[in-house]
Ligand binder design. Structure first.
Ligand code: ADP
Length: 493
């Protein structure tokens, strides 16, 4: 092997420490997969108050105490603690940048009660981005490359190209930025720009400005050495459509040659029915009959009647516009006319929750809902459902459809982004791992569900579908190799 690389991976969410969605899964699994390939990779994230010092054995690093970090006219202090993740053979070190004023709160981006974005998210993530670089200097560890993820880390490339451009410590450090979702950009009023300490000339449509705002994501798109996103289809979509590109498609198109789609993998240490301790009974492709015990456990938990011949459709999701639950609501009555049961685990917009709650009351013998974040239940739903619903308006990659396939739970998805790249439509042939519909339209969704229910009634055919999904290789190794190849390209190694 050629020389191992030194990489710092930065993210605002890393499983198991802090998670609101797929970003946390990726930020945990990808660094571990890269480490397995023989590279030195470490992670840095904010230390939110709820990250338990005891549970995760966080320890202080004396050298990394009281690091002065400029934010606006002030200098805020950062302290760094450390821990490890070690699902695989190799441990990955995780640094937690702590500042109780910014991160000593119950939520990650929003207050736990009331679900309102924190008003000082600009300052919190200016502090984080600048703190990353100041910590590295204090640590004396010089990575070859910093891999940034989503807007919360978007200023790192901009700082390296300006405030730290003449700093010899960072002279050879390159950046890769991964877009996990274009809809979240970290766009703040222009006044916020003053707090960043970035030079005036960067507040420009070719720099950090977008539509008059100080846009953290845009900063990354403008100044990182390479950009990736989490599926090839989404890479194409965000350059060509206003809807997917969320206003930055024109700018992204200019950087198309530096933008690459690399599909996320799934972490088989966590998501594999043959070793999943959260589920009722483990199984694999050779012991499919054991899956049904999970179905029984799942429907019992929601106090529904168990019948092997009635399909259970599961869904686990953030309940936000992106995820397409307006389509589900539109066809709820029609869908429940079919002989099926529906179980939903979700959290998000109260208005969506309320509507599903009302339907649950209406169809209480065939529908179960749980509003909140419950990882253990998420595993049981994957194992216990027959089908999994993901009708997303857009989906950068999506993880749950891949988890579903691994669990023999056949996905019903809209053909967009990573859903389109990972699910093969069943059309009566040997091939196929799920059911896809193209147009964002409730009737199309209903037709896809009807098709699925019909095939479910042919048990032998259904088993084929289950097996086709279960044997697919969605391991991270493949994607990790692609990231390493990209790092090497940028570093010209
Ligand atoms: P996104 O990142 O857009 O939310 P993904 O499909 O990429 O969507 O990842 C979602 C991740 O979050 C999955 O691991 C899923 O199981 C988990 N998840 C989403 N909502 C919940 C919930 N209410 N309870 C438990 N896990 C959830």
């Amino acid at each position: 092997m050629s020389k191992p690389l030194n990489i710092l991976f930065v993210s605002s969410e890393v499983d198991p420490f802090a998670k609101t969605g797929g970003l946390a899964d990726v930020s945990s699994a990808l660094p571990q997969a890269i480490k397995e390939l023989g590279h030195e990779i470490r992670i840095m994230m904010p230390r939110y108050r709820f990250i338990s010092e005891r549970k995760f054995k966080l320890h202080d690093i004396i050298r990394l105490k009281d690091i002065p970090i400029p934010v606006g006219k002030n200098v805020e202090m950062g302290n760094v603690k450390s821990s490890f993740i070690s699902n695989l053979k190799e441990k990955v070190q995780v640094y937690f940048l702590d500042n109780p004023n910014y991160f000593g709160r119950d939520g990650i981006y929003q207050s736990a009660v009331g679900k309102k974005d924190y008003k000082d998210n600009d300052e919190r993530f200016i502090f984080f981005c600048r703190g990353i670089l100041e910590t590295l200097k204090r640590l004396g560890w010089q990575p070859d490359l910093i891999h940034c993820n989503d807007w919360q880390t978007g200023l790192v490339p901009a700082y390296l190209k300006s405030v730290y451009a003449t700093d010899s410590f960072f002279k050879h450090v390159r950046t890769v930025f991964t877009i996990h979702n274009m809809a979240y950009q970290g766009a703040f009023p222009p006044e916020s720009f003053g707090k960043s300490g970035l030079p005036e000339e960067m507040f420009h449509p070719d720099g950090v400005e977008a539509y008059g705002k100080f846009n953290f994501l845009k900063a990354a798109l403008a100044y990182s050495d390479a950009i990736t996103t989490v599926s090839e289809r989404y890479a194409e979509e965000i350059c060509t459509s206003d809807e997917f590109g969320a206003g930055l498609n024109g700018f992204l198109a200019k950087r198309r040659k530096d933008l690459r789609g690399i599909l996320n993998g799934i972490d088989y240490q966590i998501w594999d029915p043959s070793s999943d301790e959260y589920i009722y009974r483990m199984y694999d492709v050779k012991s499919l009959e054991a899956k049904v015990d999970n179905k029984r456990a799942l429907v019992n938990r929601f106090k529904l009647n168990f019948s092997e011949s009635i399909p259970v459709i599961g869904a686990i999701s953030r309940l936000v516009d992106q995820k397409g639950f307006d389509l589900v609501l539109e066809i709820m009555d029609e869908m429940m006319k079919l002989d099926l049961q529906f179980i939903l685990l979700g959290s998000g917009e109260k208005s969506i929750e309320k509507k599903f709650e009302a339907y649950q009351k209406k169809f209480s013998d065939r529908m179960g809902v749980f509003f909140g974040f419950d990882n253990e239940l998420a595993h049981l739903i994957e194992a216990g459902s027959d089908m999994f619903l993901m009708p997303s308006r857009y989906e950068p990659c999506g993880l749950n459809q891949m988890y579903s396939m691994r669990y023999g739970t056949v996905p019903i998805v809209r053909a967009t982004g990573g859903l389109d790249d990972t699910v093969e439509n069943y059309s009566g042939s040997e091939k196929g791992t799920g059911f896809k519909f193209e147009k964002y339209d409730a009737k199309e969704l209903l037709k896809a569900i009807q098709r699925a229910v019909k095939v479910f009634q042919q048990p032998e055919e259904w088993k084929k579908l289950m097996r086709n999904g279960m044997v697919k290789d969605f391991s991270w190794e493949h994607s990790a190799k692609k990231y390493v190849a990209l790092y090497k390209e940028i570093l010209k190694q």
